[in-house]
Design a protein around this ligand. Sequence first.
Ligand SMILES: Cc1cc2nc3c(=O)[nH]c(=O)nc-3n(C[C@H](O)[C@H](O)[C@H](O)COP(=O)(O)O)c2cc1C
Length: 171
Amino acid sequence: MEVTDAIDRRRSIRRFKNKEIPEGMLKEVLRAGHMAPSAGNLQARDYIIVQDNAVKELLAMAAHNQYFIMSAPVCIVVCANVSRSSARYGKRGELYAVQDASAAIMNMMLMAQNLELGTCWIGAFNEAAITYLLELPSGVRPVALLPIGYPDESPEAPPRMGEAAEHWGKW
Ligand SMILES: Cc1cc2nc3c(=O)[nH]c(=O)nc-3n(C[C@H](O)[C@H](O)[C@H](O)COP(=O)(O)O)c2cc1C
């Protein structure tokens, strides 16, 4: 699949088939995350791979009752490792770590699309609840929950602002 196809065809998927993902595919998706750029190549991001149904349910509750998460066989919680980035970059490292995690998330979403898997970037959640549930150490912040599975819906592309968001030369 061309990159253009993956970019154009990717949609947020909120309904998944009751079908496991082969481990090789999951590893490919994770590898795509590892290959994303990062500030100073510090790769200030970590991944919690959740497959247990009871934990997925607790994730869904922490994500303000977004229970569709439970229909995905896997949910990857992508975290910003602020400690790792701030050790070199100080305050700026807080932003870099979130950017490092975000770059990984997008790479993973496109790789999932390439494998004809569906994903959804979930950013609405109670951070303290996720931190407690997954026993994240201090200095590690969850950035997104990423349910992954075989899509069971084909949503239309929501409209984009397109050129209205482009500022050529200056604002
Ligand atoms: C930072 C961020 C947070 C998001 N949080 C949620 C979320 O909590 N729940 C959800 O269902 N979708 C969430 N989304 C997905 C967006 O709703 C979706 O990307 C947008 O509507 C465009 O649709 P598309 O992804 O199909 O192109 C989030 C996306 C981003 C980038």
